[in-house]
Design a protein around this ligand. Sequence first.
Ligand SMILES: [Zn+2]
Length: 74
Amino acid sequence: MADSMDLVQERAEEMRQRNIATVLNKQRQPSRSFCIDCDASIPELRRRTLVGVERCVHCQQITEAKSKHFKGKV
Ligand SMILES: [Zn+2]
């Protein structure tokens, strides 16, 4: 049964690497000047602090709250 355990660990490692790659790709995108959700201008300090930022503080909070709610359900 050692073989199947190795396979499971290999899959988990592969998925972990893929997640890391996704995060790194996201961070390479330039920050947006305007929020993708409400078109509000995003302050320069926020754009410089969070590379690849897409939303204003307000919409980001809503998005995070929604994703937390979704995760809690599943
Ligand atoms: Zn917004």
